[in-house]
Design a protein around this ligand. Structure first.
Ligand code: AMP
Length: 432
């Protein structure tokens, strides 16, 4: 179904006003498909990556359902939450929390964020009276649950975001443990950019006759982003990066490395070139990561150097370029990385460096996106030489000033009146 306005999706005036404030004119495909289903209490399997508008797709109906529940007198219990959103990383959890603030600005909705790396005390305090929405990463949530500081047995809505990344980060067991703490009679949504077997298995276990909405990840990234490849030796990467960053069009740049050490090294050498860059990776404290992100968002730092895990789901507006200083081991990561540019309809440019040791990674990426990247300058260098046969590399992107050389819990639901029986409501709604 394609609809041209949020009003047609059945959202309340309060939500419509918030969307108008945020200058959202038209629902994205995942929003127009998922919102009516979710207002109808369906379970949902959403195959979509960040950048498709999936956060609003699950948050808007959740807010509306919570408001209806509140009107019927259903409220959060002490230490409890009416809805739980699980996210793999702290950054994503904080970002979801910010989105909720935006969409719920004309409503009375309470929320708490439970993430690791920071003191648990404010989180415990926030939960004491109970909240409408709890956004959490699995580790800290299990930690609080084991201390009996959070009670999930009253939670009627469960949203698992970026399930494939949960799996990559080794959280699937934790997620299963958490799901057991919720009542079986609930609305469950699972979002994942890809569907590895483990995630499909989890979805099969926890979703009840789910509706399925799939937004092709590849089209989101690939169609709107100009993608270039520079073949060079590992030793030349540094100079090439510095050369590119001399261009004023490189106004807001995310540079990706495979490792934390690699990220620190890039920040260091850029500093010698007087380029203000921030590193963001898993070894940094939560405070340092947030500061890095803020400096980048505000423009104090022109460059953010990041590893894959923390960067997934990063939402910064107007990123002009993504530079893959090192190619990712997993080709899917390439799509997630380049998705940081071209957010919400904007155009973007992605430039990848490939040294002779990364040739196989490049081949896997090109196989996944089903096309070769546009070649800038010379073809592959080094031992595994192959002819430069691709064209189109110099469309005012990374070729210019490119370093000189190229110009280029138990599951029984508690018997309390203060819970919503979601499933009993569902058939009525469907019949309506
Ligand atoms: P997400 O996929 O949820 O990370 O959203 C990606 C970005 O798109 C965020 O910056 C949202 O604020 C923005 N966004 C989501 N839905 C819309 C919409 N319908 N119109 C304009 N921007 C949107």
């Amino acid at each position: 179904m394609t609809v041209s306005s949020f009003a047609e999706l059945g959202l309340t005036d309060r939500l419509l006003r918030a969307l108008a404030d945020a200058q959202y004119d038209t629902p994205t495909p995942i929003q127009s498909q998922a919102i009516p289903l979710l207002l109808d209490d369906a379970d949902l399997l959403g195959i979509a990556q960040t950048g498709t508008g999936k956060t609003a797709a699950f948050t808007l109906p959740l807010l509306q359902n919570l408001e209806e529940d509140a009107a019927e007198g259903v409220r959060a219990e002490p230490r409890g939450a009416r809805a739980l959103i699980l996210a793999p990383t702290r950054e994503l959890a904080l970002q979801i929390s910010e989105s909720i603030k935006t969409y719920a600005r004309h409503m009375r909705i309470s929320q708490a964020v439970v993430i690791g790396g920071v003191s648990q005390r404010p989180q415990v305090n926030a939960l004491r009276q109970g909240v409408d929405i709890l956004i959490a990463t699995p580790g800290r949530l299990l930690d609080l649950a084991s201390q009996r500081l959070v009670d999930l047995s009253w939670c009627d809505y469960l949203i698992i975001d970026e399930a494939d990344r949960m799996f990559d980060m080794g959280f699937i067991r934790d997620v299963r443990k958490i799901v057991k703490m919720l009542p079986e009679d609930r609305q469950t949504l699972l979002f994942s950019a890809t569907m590895p077997a483990e995630v499909a298995k989890l979805a099969g276990e926890i979703l009840d006759e789910p509706e399925r909405v799939e937004i092709a990840a590849k089209t989101v990234a690939v169609e709107r982003i100009e993608q270039y490849i520079h073949h060079l030796s590992g030793g030349d990467k540094r100079e090439r990066l510095a050369g590119l960053l001399e261009g004023s069009e490189f106004a807001k740049v995310i540079v990706f490395t495979r490792t934390k050490r690699g990220a620190d090294k890039v920040v260091k050498f850029l500093a010698t070139d007087k380029v203000v860059a921030e590193a963001m990776h898993g070894n940094k404290s939560q405070g340092a990561r947030q500061r890095a992100l803020e400096n980048f968002r505000s423009g104090k730092a022109r460059v953010l150097v990041a590893t894959d895990i923390v960067a997934r789901g990063l939402d910064v507006d107007n990123v002009t370029h993504v530079i893959n200083y090192e190619l990712p081991n997993e080709p899917e990561c390439y799509i997630h990385r380049i998705g940081r540019t071209a957010r919400a309809g904007a155009e973007g440019i992605a430039i990848s460096f490939c040294d002779p040791t990364e040739r196989t990674m490049l081949r896997d990426i090109e196989r996944l996106i089903k096309r070769p990247l546009d070649l800038v300058g010379d073809g592959p260098v080094g031992p595994d030489e192959k002819p430069a046969k691709r064209g189109g590399g110099n469309r005012g992107q990374g070729g210019r000033r490119s370093g000189g050389a190229n110009n280029d819990n138990g599951n029984k639901r508690p018997a309390s009146a203060n819970r919503k029986r979601r499933r009993t409501r569902r058939p009525e709604r469907r019949a309506a």
